[in-house]
Design a protein around this ligand. Sequence first.
Ligand SMILES: Cc1cc2nc3c(=O)[nH]c(=O)nc-3n(C[C@H](O)[C@H](O)[C@H](O)COP(=O)(O)O)c2cc1C
Length: 407
Amino acid sequence: MAEEMRIVLRNVGKIDPLNIDEYINAGGYKSLEKARGMDRGELIEEVKKANLRGRGGAGFNCGMKWSFSYQLETDQKYVVCNADEGEPGTYKDRIIMENDPQSLFEGMAICGYAIGSNKGYIYCRGEYPYVVEHLNQAIAQAKAKGVLGDFDIEVRMGAGAYVCGEESALIESIEGHRGEPRFKPPFPGVAGLWGRPTIVNNVETFANIPVIVEKGAEWYKNIGAASYPGTKILTLSGDVVNRTYFEVPTNVTIREVIFGLGGGVAEGKKFKAVQIGGTSGGFIPEELLDTQIDFDSMGKIGATLGTGAVFVMDETRDIVDVIEKITKFFEHESCGKCTPCREGTKRMHEMVERFKAGTGTIEEMELMDTLGTVMSTACLCGLGQAAPAPVLTTLEHFRSDYTGKLA
Ligand SMILES: Cc1cc2nc3c(=O)[nH]c(=O)nc-3n(C[C@H](O)[C@H](O)[C@H](O)COP(=O)(O)O)c2cc1C
């Protein structure tokens, strides 16, 4: 059975997060010092070689992203930490920010040195006001100690919009505009905050950086799955015995997570489905539980690793009922900027509502399939592109839950 491997969460429960000396005594800020002694190009090469891929959901190679901004000559560059954490069932970034905020700052400062930026922002979700307070205290300590050098960090707070986790909508929000995604390209690495090169990385991604700098790419890339090395923090919820978080190497299987660390389905009931990666994740049936959780293995079964949220459903769950709640969420959270998402999320929810009421038709099942396929290719940002995944995967794996509700 799988065991935890704590790399990112190495200090959790061991140090007082609001006593910077404890972080420093545990080896903190040594990696920043080491990084600043390295050639910036070589530092980025090392991060690239480690093959650390974004932990916010898209799985892009972190060092590669940094290399785009590094190459550009400009008056200002920015480092932005995405702490929006709006994905339902996800609370991994909160765990890091609450328990080890200095490791996040250290990762951001290393990025700042690598790309040539002296300014960082942490965009924290509006539902975490106490985390913002906590971060500000920790930043004040880092500034007082002088550990960040000339790298400055400020916290910005969101107002509770799911779409503001999308990197370009997040940038719009920091700039003081309505949170709507931008057309890409240009990507933020080239033209982000106030049109300047901006690296946006997730909290967990940044928290991996000090360890990679300390131990090296060779060490890191041998952990977990070859194509998505390292660990992933998973947050378990729903009908599972251990509703908590675990950090595991990325080559564990879904079954090991649910029935090993998770302790199995709650109240001795039978397993029905699991949704991984948040609300836009695909639904996974029993026969696919031996799939590894890494980004590419999940992609092959039409699912996602996403943020690492693991929502377990037992035999008593009505899939159509769950999907109705999910489609309602997307209808509510669509920012309305592009037509396929604004209209598509609404029509999809209406159709699922009809199934829930027992008035769906076979034609509508086909229409949901077509609409979902159109949305996943035509929507402007990841919100609309990923929104149909729960519908499409349940139409494939849990078809009888729909046909049982035909008019
Ligand atoms: C609707 C939507 C919400 C998102 N929410 C988050 C979020 O809360 N946190 C996050 O890190 N990335 C989120 N992302 C992904 C970001 O756009 C981006 O890929 C990520 O911040 C890049 O960091 P990474 O490469 O370290 O993962 C979201 C994307 C979409 C489309």
